[in-house]
Design a protein around this ligand. Structure first.
Ligand code: PLP
Length: 404
């Protein structure tokens, strides 16, 4: 039976055909305009004004309409996963001055997969072996400065490698041996280590060792997208779902062609790999590209000024209540956005930071800020239009309540 006839036959036998028809027309069915649902309310999940920042626990970011349109459009077509990664990777690489790039399920996955690529190259046996390195001929050590050793480095040890911690150049040179797989750098903590980027890369190159850098939360400035590729790092990872405002479960791994090619052999659609569970769907791959394209179009100076104005509005509201101290500063390396820090004189202010956070959370609308018992932190980069006014008003009310 021809397909058209089959559909016809099925439509005239509604009972038996109904379910089956749904199946075979799955790709063609025009989506009906469903009545608008308030999904969060329906589920009883609290939503809030995010005056905290791009925190994973708070779902980090809101995607731009252009990104959502890319996601919607992608959801209407089939394509080969590898074809899409090839083409999107080329575009991302061109933007970021990298030889190659691939969309991963976040910066964390990018670290695991990039290191996997370094360890295995294109050897199928090695790819299947990960994370078991012993007896495979793969290297097994990643060198990292002590002050760069954060929890996210678990992404590196997921490959089976261990982290060798060093502090000085001398210790670094002594640590390098025939088992050294890579040298890892954390941009956010660059200032607290003894060895800076250029020297790190130079020493690695002298010893023929690949370098990686984690810049997950480190745009703006927009130039950080290419700065570390230009500097000579062999692989760079960045989060898609922080300031880039891409899909929260996407990120970018970029760098040398061979490393990206190796990493992709540990990624879906290939199974029997360490990365099979780190899947990125076509919607997110395309969404990631469009988010990046939109991000580089933005006037970042104007944006920074806007954030500062909003933060200053909130600061003024807090300053109007006696007993509170405020300061605004912009971190130099990571999460580069004007950040309001609030402290207080506890002889005047009767609530602690946790109680104030609870007041904000339980208010209407609910507001999230960060901080602990003795300070609060507020940023404006996750605020929607006009929300700074609501945050300012609520901060003033909560501060007044805390001193009354
Ligand atoms: C957020 C973050 C990560 C994890 O990034 P994902 O994109 O969520 O996987 C890794 N490293 C640092 C320094 C981060 O800030």
């Amino acid at each position: 039976m021809k397909r058209r006839d089959l559909i016809k036959a099925l439509t005239v036998t509604p009972v038996a055909g109904a379910a089956f028809l749904g199946d075979i027309t799955n790709a063609e069915a025009a989506p009906k305009q469903a009545p608008k649902r308030d999904y969060f309310a329906e589920l009883g999940v609290r939503t809030f004004i995010n005056a905290a920042g791009t925190y994973t626990a708070m779902t980090a970011t809101l995607m731009r309409p252009e990104t959502m349109e890319a996601i919607r459009a992608a959801s209407q077509q089939f394509c080969m996963l590898d074809d899409l990664q090839d083409k999107v990777g080329e575009r991302i690489a061109a933007i970021t001055h990298a030889e190659a790039a691939v969309v991963t399920s976040g910066a964390f996955a990018g670290l695991t997969l990039g290191l996997a690529g370094i360890l295995t190259g294109k050897d199928p046996q090695k790819i299947r072996s990960l994370p078991h390195l012993e007896g495979t001929g793969m290297k097994s050590e990643v060198i990292c400065q002590k002050s760069h050793a954060i929890g996210y480095n678990q992404a590196l040890t997921n490959t089976g490698c261990k982290i060798i911690m060093i502090e000085t150049v001398e210790e670094l040179k002594n640590a390098i041996n025939s088992n050294t797989a890579s040298m890892h750098f954390l941009h956010a903590n660059a200032d607290s280590g003894k060895i800076m980027h250029e020297e790190w890369v130079a020493i690695a190159k002298q010893n023929g060792i690949p370098t990686s850098i984690d810049i997950a939360a480190d745009v703006p400035p927009v130039s950080n997208l290419w700065r570390f590729n230009d500097m000579g790092f062999d692989m760079v990872v960045i989060s898609g779902g922080k300031a880039l405002r891409g899909p929260q479960s996407a990120g970018i791994l970029m760098g040398k062609k061979d490393i990206i090619a190796g990493a992709r052999l540990s990624m879906p659609p290939r199974g029997e790999t360490i990365g099979r569970g780190m899947k990125v769907n076509k919607e997110e791959i395309l969404g990631m590209l469009v988010a990046l394209e939109e991000f580089i179009k933005i006037d970042h100076d104007a944006m920074a000024k806007q954030y500062e104005q909003k933060i200053n509005q909130i600061k003024a509201a807090v300053d109007s209540v006696k007993g509170f101290k405020t300061s605004v500063s912009t971190p130099k390396l990571a999460n580069v956005t004007p950040t309001l820090r609030i402290t207080w004189d506890s002889s005047i202010v009767k609530m602690d930071g946790d109680q104030m956070k609870l007041e904000l959370r339980n208010g209407k609308p609910s507001i999230e800020v960060v901080g602990g018992k003795d300070n609060l932190g507020i940023t404006a980069w996750c605020l929607k239009e006009g929300e700074e006014k609501i945050v300012a008003k609520r901060m003033k009310e909560v501060c007044q309540k805390a001193v009354s």
